[in-house]
Unconditional design. Structure first.
Length: 190
């Protein structure tokens, strides 16, 4: 490709650029990202970034170099986020390590003694209160995944939201709920 074809005109034809570079970019991304859904998301993100650029304010001199650089940055950012998500979600404070797991086991325990039923009702009340304080997108993901037992993949397929976004939203919900339910956890299970 010669230099003249490589330069981007002020009025970019994004569809032509997409048709020309999509197969090569797809291969470039596939060598670095194993999950098909992630590869597709990254490719879409690259062309979305292209759409957002103002060719007059920030002209792109070499479109292929720009596309590959953007793809590389998105891949690196996703890998960083993925590493952060893989880290244990347990808070640093002693006694909170298994908070949500133990609270959920308590909620779904088969013991039907009057004391357990009363305490279970209190826990549900506190959980409902804490869930209502969450941003809707975090609350919905948490409820679907934890309370209705939908997988992230199932939620993603029905909503169109990428799995990594759903995981991130649930993570924020879990951190908030841990903080809000810590007192009741200590009181019940202490």
């Amino acid at each position: 490709m010669n230099k003249q074809q490589e330069e981007t005109p002020p009025n970019m034809d994004v569809s032509a650029i997409f048709k020309q570079y999509q197969p090569q970019l797809k291969g470039f991304i596939a060598k670095r990202v194993s999950a098909r859904e992630d590869r597709e998301d990254i490719l879409q993100d690259v062309f979305y970034q292209l759409l957002k650029t103002d060719p007059v304010a920030t002209p792109i001199q070499q479109i292929s170099a720009w596309l590959y650089t953007v793809a590389r940055h998105i891949i690196i950012d996703r890998k960083r986020k993925h590493k952060e998500e893989e880290m244990p979600l347990a808070p640093a404070e002693e006694g909170q390590t298994l908070l949500l797991k133990e609270v959920s086991e308590y909620l779904f325990d088969s013991d039907t003694s009057p004391e357990k039923e009363y305490m279970r009702a209190l826990v549900w009340e506190e959980l409902d209160k804490a869930l209502s304080e969450l941003p809707e997108e975090q609350r919905v993901v948490f409820e679907l995944n934890e309370l209705q037992d939908f997988s992230f993949k199932e939620i993603s397929e029905s909503t169109g939201i990428p799995v990594n976004t759903l995981i991130s939203r649930k993570r924020y919900a879990v951190l908030y709920l841990r903080e809000k339910l810590c007192d009741i956890y200590e009181e019940l299970l202490g």
